[in-house]
Design a protein. Structure first.
Length: 120
């Protein structure tokens, strides 16, 4: 899977995803200084799924002029967001037989919720 992880995403989780064969760009090192709107635009043009802990991505995705088609946003919600607590959610994400593109999703310990990304 082609992924773009927000700068707040923990490195150990990214390393685990890479070890499983996923192609992961990390905003902190690969796209330092890039704003959230630009990250989402890049994800859409590059057909990558955005992984984030930041609720702002949800709002940015909903307010885009054109809906997400080639990318999607996956918001991981767990407190505290430590690598140990995020690991099971990342495993569920990677194992899910789901078309993430075109959706805004939330993953919690209770499961996965998906909403189609559409124009308001």
């Amino acid at each position: 899977m082609r992924l773009l992880a927000d700068e707040n995403f923990p490195k150990p989780i990214l390393e685990a995803l890479r070890a499983e064969g996923h192609e992961v760009l990390w905003a902190r090192t690969d796209l330092a200084g890039t704003g959230d709107v630009d990250l989402l635009d890049l994800a859409e043009s590059d057909a990558r799924i955005v992984l984030t802990l930041d609720k702002d991505f949800w709002q940015i995705a909903v307010q885009r002029r054109s809906p997400l088609e080639r990318s999607g946003v996956v918001l991981f919600r767990v407190h505290p967001a430590t690598p140990e607590r995020l690991a099971p959610l990342a495993t569920a994400f990677a194992a899910a037989d789901t078309a993430w593109a075109g959706h805004i999703s939330i993953i919690t310990v209770d499961g996965i919720q998906m909403v189609a990304a559409r124009r308001r």
